[in-house]
Design a protein around this ligand. Structure first.
Ligand code: URP
Ligand code: ZN
Ligand code: ZN
Length: 477
């Protein structure tokens, strides 16, 4: 736990410099040239490597009851996979059902991580209902449970989705409390009507998922949220933004004074909608919402990262097995389990494929390999979008998101020249497939520390299950 990293080529969001980093009691104690190693300190020589602040994934699902099933990882596999990929902090969506009590829900989600998470973690509190008891419950969750951000769904009608009055009430309360509201923006009615129409026309395979939730439907969701944010004055954060018109709707609102951040996720940058057209139902592996779009949208998102329009890159890690869970939406084999996600009735079709991709392990290496190595983004943009901005927006900065005196010693020693291939056969996530099978990668996390403890060494797991801590966050002033 007492660690000296020598000759570190340190890359923060704004600065790059070479120095030694001395870590003790979980934090960075000194940064400077030629630091002496006190007795008993482990010394790691980082010559030839880059050293980044621990990466933060601002959008994951580890425990997710969804579409009649449960996401595949738990905190043992999910946090290990995160760390193997260089992610040292997870922000998970706490997603209660509409009928659940919010306080019990946050306690349940916390209990799923406590004692078994290897990396640090916190939660966005899902507001899936707003009634007379909600204000008091959310105040307690913010003040006593250490939560600084809410999550609302404009999609998933009849399940997590909320009505406009509830959206207004949530945003008004968030403004009062200094809480950021993260939002899934798709117009739920347009989605369910388009789904019904396509299925009635016999269009039942995974390739119809994208046309059922077109870019206009996402843009409408973004515009809708922006209008509510403008009127209430709340700070908002749009999760998993996938396409040009969605970004444009948010940028237009920023010009009107709306405080809005934009997240995109690794699958939108590194895959395209042709994957959902793969034969033999393979396309189901790529079904997520909003859907993975045509390549021009991915290209646009890369540019938006480079010019600072998009703030963060998360994953929306939502892992489901292909053989069993994704097959729930197979037109011949599947059976509807949860009718609230099946607006088209009981016959199986793409509307019943559990939405989501496993990617918590791959985000950072994909961004480095397909962003930095190709010259689409520079190293500072990489650090800013994969770590620093999430810390700033979600009340973790400067404890997380930067290599600085007093910050947590969450460090990633990165080998920029390593070459390898992504495969489900070697990944640490619990799913039976990888959405990036066979993808060739340059660069990997060689050493990863969480509060000074080495969890990954030489690219191999050496961590301690349960080392992770819940991060208590305070509302923005
Ligand atoms: O397809 C997705 N995104 N699944 C996870 C739930 C959500 O909407 O974030
Ligand atoms: Zn979502
Ligand atoms: Zn999500």
């Amino acid at each position: 736990m007492s660690l000296l990293i020598r000759n570190a080529d340190i890359v923060n969001a704004r600065k790059r410099f070479t120095a030694d980093i001395l870590c003790e009691d979980g934090v960075i104690l000194a940064i400077g040239e030629g630091l002496a190693a006190p007795e008993g300190f482990e010394v790691i020589d980082a010559t030839g490597k880059l050293v980044f602040p621990g990466f933060i994934d601002p959008h994951v699902h580890i425990y997710l009851p969804f579409m009649g099933t449960f996401s595949k990882d738990d905190y043992v596999s999910g946090s290990k996979a995160a760390l193997m990929g260089g992610t040292t902090t997870l922000i998970e969506m706490c997603c209660p059902a509409r009928s659940d009590d919010p306080l019990e829900a946050i306690k349940l989600w916390k209990s799923k991580a406590a004692g078994i998470s290897s990396c640090d973690y916190t939660f966005h509190m899902g507001v899936t209902r707003f009634d007379e008891s909600t204000t008091a419950a959310l105040k307690t969750i913010v003040e006593d449970e250490g939560i600084q951000s809410f999550k609302v769904f404009l999609a998933y009608k009849g399940a997590f989705g909320i009505e406009d009055t509830e959206l207004y009430q949530t945003l008004s309360l968030a403004k009062e409390l200094g809480v950021v509201v993260t939002a899934h923006c798709e117009n739920a009615d347009l989605v369910s009507e388009t789904q019904k129409k396509l299925v009635a026309e016999g269009k039942t395979g995974p390739e119809w998922h994208e046309p059922s939730r077109p870019i206009t439907v996402e843009a409408e969701g973004c515009h809708h949220l922006m209008t509510f944010a403008e009127i209430t004055g709340a700070e908002v954060y749009v999760v998993h933004t996938s396409c040009i018109p969605a970004v444009e709707a948010i940028v237009a609102a920023r010009k009107r004074g709306v405080k809005a951040s934009i997240e995109t996720v690794a699958p939108y940058l590194t895959l395209d909608c042709s994957y959902a057209e793969l034969p033999d139902f393979e396309g189901a592996k790529y079904v997520m919402s909003p859907p993975i779009r045509a390549k021009e949208h991915g290209d646009f998102l890369w540019k938006c990262l480079a010019d600072g329009t998009v703030d963060t890159v998360g994953t929306d890690h939502a892992p489901f097995d292909f053989a069993t869970q994704k097959h729930m939406g197979h037109p011949e084999e599947g059976k509807a389990v949860d009718a609230s996600f099946a607006p088209t009735g009981k016959a199986a079709n793409f509307t019943l494929i559990p939405n989501g991709l496993p990617s918590v392990e791959e985000r950072v290496k994909l961004l480095f390999s397909e962003g930095v190595v190709t010259g689409r983004i520079d190293l500072h943009t990489f650090v800013r979008t994969c770590s620093t901005r999430s810390a700033e927006i979600f009340g973790l900065y400067p404890r997380k998101g930067v290599i600085a005196l007093g910050s947590d010693a969450d460090l990633v020693i990165w080998d920029p020249l390593w070459k390898g291939t992504i495969s489900a056969a070697t990944h640490s996530m619990a799913t039976d497939y990888s959405a990036f099978e066979g993808r060739e990668i340059t660069g990997r996390a060689e050493v990863v520390t969480v509060r000074g403890k080495v969890m990954v060494r030489d690219g191999r797991w050496c961590g301690e299950t349960g080392w992770g801590e819940f991060l208590h966050r305070k509302p923005n002033p």
